[in-house]
Design a protein around this ligand. Structure first.
Ligand code: MN
Length: 299
C-alpha cells in the first residue's frame, strides 16, 4: 500500500542491558497511547545479576513487561514482588507516582529476552492511585500462519485481561515461514516491531531495532517471514493529548516534570520505597532547571 514507514530505533543503557529503543523515535512519538518501547536482549543473565535496574520512579504511565525468554523479578513501592516468565504479563500503573526495580531472580540463569512498553495515561486518570497486576496467562490465537498472544486489547474475538483506559491493542506474534495477514482496526494507528528475524511488513523489510509505522485507515497488514520470526504489533486510537516525556516521567509540561524531579531528589512522599539491594537511581538534572548554588560550607 506504500504507507509503511520503517524507522531506526537507537541503543540505550538500562541497568546492565543495552536495549534497542524503538519508541519514541523521530518522527514517531506515540502509537495510540503506546509512548515507549524498549527491546531488551537476548542476553545472558545469572541468578544474581539480571536486568539490575535499581529503584526508580514513574508518573502518568503504565509499564507493560513481556518476556520472550528468561525470568525477571519485579519489585515496587506497593509491596509487590513478582516473578515473571514468558507468556505472562506485568502491568504496573504509575498514576500519581510509583517506584520499582527489575532484578535477578536468585535462581534463573540463562537467556533473557523481552520488551518493556509504556502506555501514557490520559489526563483524567494520570494523577490517580498506583497499581500493579500480574497476569499469569494470556489468550493465544492461532491463525495458521501466525501465533498471536494478546497482551492488550482484543484480537480475533479474544481479549487480554490487562486493563487500560484508552482503546489499544498489543500483540506478540510468532510468524511461521510465509505470509500472515493480520486484521487491523481502521480507526487505530499501528506499528510493527521486529523482535526476532528479518520480516516484511507489506513489502518493506524491518529488522530487530526497527519499527514499522502504519497510519490509520488500514484494515489489515501482511507480515512475511523467510524463517520463523517474531514481531510486536502495537496499535490504538491516536492519543489526543500532547505529552511531555522526560527521563521516567510522562507529563504535560516542563514545570510538572520539575516537580516530579524535585520530589524524587528530595525523597518526597509522592514516591514510596522499594526494598532492594540495588542502589536507588538518581535522576539527571533536567536541562531547563537553574543550576543550584550550594551555600559555602563555612556559612
Ligand atoms: Mn521503570
Amino acid at each position: 500500500m506504500g504507507d509503511v514507514q520503517v524507522l531506526d530505533g537507537r541503543e540505550a543503557q538500562v541497568g546492565k542491558f543495552t536495549v534497542r529503543r524503538v519508541l519514541p523515535t523521530r518522527p514517531l512519538r506515540t502509537v495510540g497511547a503506546w509512548c515507549f518501547a524498549d527491546h531488551m536482549g537476548p542476553a545472558e543473565v545469572t541468578a544474581t545479576s539480571g536486568l539490575d535496574v535499581g529503584p526508580h520512579p514513574h508518573t502518568g504511565l503504565q509499564t507493560v513487561t513481556w518476556l520472550m525468554s528468561g525470568e525477571a523479578l519485579h519489585k515496587d513501592s506497593l509491596g509487590s514482588e513478582q516473578l515473571i516468565r514468558p507468556g505472562q504479563l506485568n502491568l504496573m500503573t504509575a498514576g500519581h507516582g510509583v517506584v520499582h526495580s527489575e532484578e535477578a531472580t536468585g535462581s534463573y540463569a540463562g537467556t533473557l529476552h523481552g520488551v518493556q512498553l509504556w502506555v501514557a495515561q490520559p489526563d483524567d486518570v494520570r494523577d490517580g492511585a498506583p497499581d500493579f497486576a500480574h497476569h499469569a496467562s494470556l489468550p493465544v490465537v492461532d491463525t495458521g500462519a501466525a501465533l498471536a498472544t494478546i497482551l492488550a486489547g482484543t484480537f480475533l474475538g479474544e481479549t487480554s485481561p490487562a486493563r487500560f483506559v484508552t482503546d489499544l491493542v498489543g500483540l506478540d506474534i510468532v510468524v511461521r515461514t510465509g505470509r500472515a495477514t493480520l486484521p487491523l482496526r481502521p480507526d487505530f494507528e499501528h506499528a510493527v516491531v521486529a523482535l526476532e528475524g528479518e520480516v516484511l511488513v507489506d513489502d518493506v523489510v524491518a529488522r530487530p531495532g526497527q519499527i514499522a509505522s502504519l497510519p490509520p485507515g488500514r484494515d489489515h497488514v501482511v507480515v512475511g517471514a523467510l524463517e520463523t520470526s517474531r514481531v510486536l504489533l502495537l496499535g490504538g486510537v491516536p492519543f489526543p493529548e500532547p505529552l511531555f516525556m522526560w527521563w521516567n516521567f510522562v507529563a504535560r509540561s516542563a514545570e510538572e516534570v520539575s516537580r516530579f524531579y524535585a520530589d524524587w531528589r528530595d525523597h518526597g512522599e509522592r514516591f514510596g520505597e522499594v526494598r532492594s539491594s540495588l542502589g536507588r537511581i538518581p535522576s539527571p538534572v533536567p536541562p531547563w532547571e537553574p543550576v543550584r548554588v550550594r551555600p559555602h560550607p563555612n556559612l
